[in-house]
Write a protein of this length. Sequence first.
Lengths: 113, 109
Amino acid sequence: NAGVIQTPRHKVTGKGQEATLWCEPISGHSAVFWYRQTIVQGLEFLTYFRNQAPIDDSGMPKERFSAQMPNQSHSTLKIQSTQPQDSAVYLCASSWVSQNTLYFGAGTRLSVL
Amino acid sequence: GQQVQQSPASLVLQEGENAELQCNFSTSLNSMQWFYQRPEGSLVSLFYNPSGTKQSGRLTSTTVIKERRSSLHISSSQITDSGTYLCAIYGGSGNKLIFGTGTLLSVKP
């Protein structure tokens, strides 16, 4: 089992460009989460899918951020018109069901110049 | 306010000393989880502990739901224990983990 796989590990974008982050959850896990980590805010919840359906996106900035899960083997987080304040480590996690042990990927470090 | 509070914020130990990390939560609890974040950033699940006491090697987690707290005890600390320890709760009716700000542990030789 390779664990949760996130790509790329590092991404550098210019202000105003688009960034797409990828996540492959652990096979068989039905719950997929996206979090963002910064030194100032710590770990913040962004969005959650269960069986590929969006369940809770209360942590997503309403503009510019979107997440999808087109199939059970991957999810994407897209940030349009990136801003310097979007710089963070974006973490994907999965679990068998919600409210169960959560397994995190290594994260994607996004730097917006 | 902050739903999950951890203490201490940072801790320095000599190798071999024990540590007790605290996690207090201000909301009702469905379950909680302890994580270890390595210095390079990767997160490792230590315990999924909704209640009671669980032990794994030198680590012991105790959660007391009615007192809204959980603790993580590290015995005979090692240099490789250095990193950030995070607690997180599944609170209320939510399905998402809410994280504390962490305890930064540094173990010196």
